[in-house]
Ligand binder design. Structure first.
Ligand code: ATP
Ligand code: LTN
Length: 320
């Protein structure tokens, strides 16, 4: 076992991974491989808390794993596996459930939103307890996620304090890691809501594997305001601010530099430059995705699950 600090994060196989997932989370997953011992999962059990098609689901979890690999998660450096193949996640979730308060779970924003849309079920309510189990099963120190996961991470930390207080110091208190810029990428069709892979309008997000022409069209059609100034101002100009963050991430150029270059250029030329930068940033991901064989991904997932079970079992022995 390495003595480096550890991280865990997960992503749901609930649709096409998009540039918000990349900027908010996956980019950090890749970077953290250099300094941390890294554990990552396709959290397929979580995705079952809303309605899904069983045949499509099987394809979707393999596809999600394939995109994560294409982004740069390296199976030689990270333990990357499918959550459902490591039953200790669910066992620890049960135990944590016995110390979790129902009131706190009912107050979770995601629970309120998703239960309004998909109907209530126990899985949706206990979703954050399973997420806490994911994080704690490898006793990690840090969790790279987007802004929308703040509340879930707070719950995890509450459970750690409660568990350690009652049963002895077992779990480290995990820190949330979010990027300074792009922790909440907004929908291209409505800059007041976050970009989401379950948004019914595909024009609202840029998928990590879609063809360049489609990405360009979506960025050119992004909803902005009727003023002509390119200025970074989330209160007055959320659409433009969102595009500035996309461009800054994709090109590596600071926002003030982009504001001075495009301030008075008009929205057309600005959007074209954003599209160029995004298409260029995504090209290698799309290339690697296309070159990877499904069978290879399935094999990697099987092998990683064996290692992950051994690691998870070591924690469960202490918990039991
Ligand atoms: P869903 O639409 O199914 O709720 P999602 O698009 O929110 O999915 P998740 O699988 O729930 O994606 O999230 C994976 C990771 O990506 C999480 O760390 C999450 O915080 C991050 N993330 C998701 N959407 C965004 C976004 N718009 N901006 C920044 N980070 C995001
Ligand atoms: N709820 C997370 C996905 C998730 C996760 C985790 C993230 C499940 N388990 C553990 C970090 C750590 C989401 O992105 N919606």
């Amino acid at each position: 076992m390495s003595d480096r600090p550890r991280v865990f994060s997960g992503i749901q196989p609930s649709g096409d991974l998009h540039i918000g997932n990349l900027i908010g989370a996956l980019d950090n997953w890749v970077k953290m491989q250099d300094t941390y011992e890294t554990f990552y999962c396709v959290v397929d059990l979580h995705a079952m808390s809303v309605p899904y098609d069983p045949a499509e689901f099987e394809r979707s979890r393999l596809n999600t794993a394939k995109v994560v690999l294409a982004v740069g998660v390296d199976p030689k450096r990270s333990l990357f596996y499918l959550q459902s193949q490591v039953p200790q996640h669910a066992e620890l979730a049960w135990i944590l459930g016995t110390i979790a308060g129902i009131g706190q779970l009912e107050r979770m924003t995601q629970y309120k939103e998703k239960s309004d849309r998909s109907g209530q079920n126990l899985g949706l309510l206990s979703y954050p307890v399973l997420m806490a189990a994911d994080i704690l099963i490898h006793r990690v120190n840090a969790v790279p996620v987007g802004d929308d996961q703040t509340q879930h991470l707070e719950l995890t930390r509450d459970l750690v304090v409660r568990f350690n207080g009652r049963f002895g110091e077992l779990f480290p208190l995990p820190e949330r890691i979010t990027p300074e810029l792009g922790a909440r990428v907004m929908s291209l069709q409505n800059p007041m809501v976050k970009m989401s892979k379950t948004d019914p309008d595909p024009d609202s997000y840029i998928s990590l594997t879609e063809d360049p022409e489609s990405s360009r069209r979506k960025i050119m059609g992004a909803v902005t305001d009727s003023d002509r100034k390119v200025r970074y101002d989330w209160d007055e100009k959320p659409g433009i601010s969102n595009l500035l963050e996309l461009m800054s991430f994709s090109s590596g150029r600071p926002i003030p530099e982009l504001e001075s270059e495009f301030g008075d250029a008009g929205y057309g030329p600005f959007k074209k430059a954003v599209a160029d930068a995004v298409v260029e940033r995504l090209a290698p991901i799309r290339g690697r995705f296309k070159r990877t064989e499904d069978a290879e991904v399935a094999r990697l997932m099987q092998k990683a699950a064996l290692d992950a079970r051994t690691r998870a079992e070591a924690t469960m022995r202490l918990v039991r």
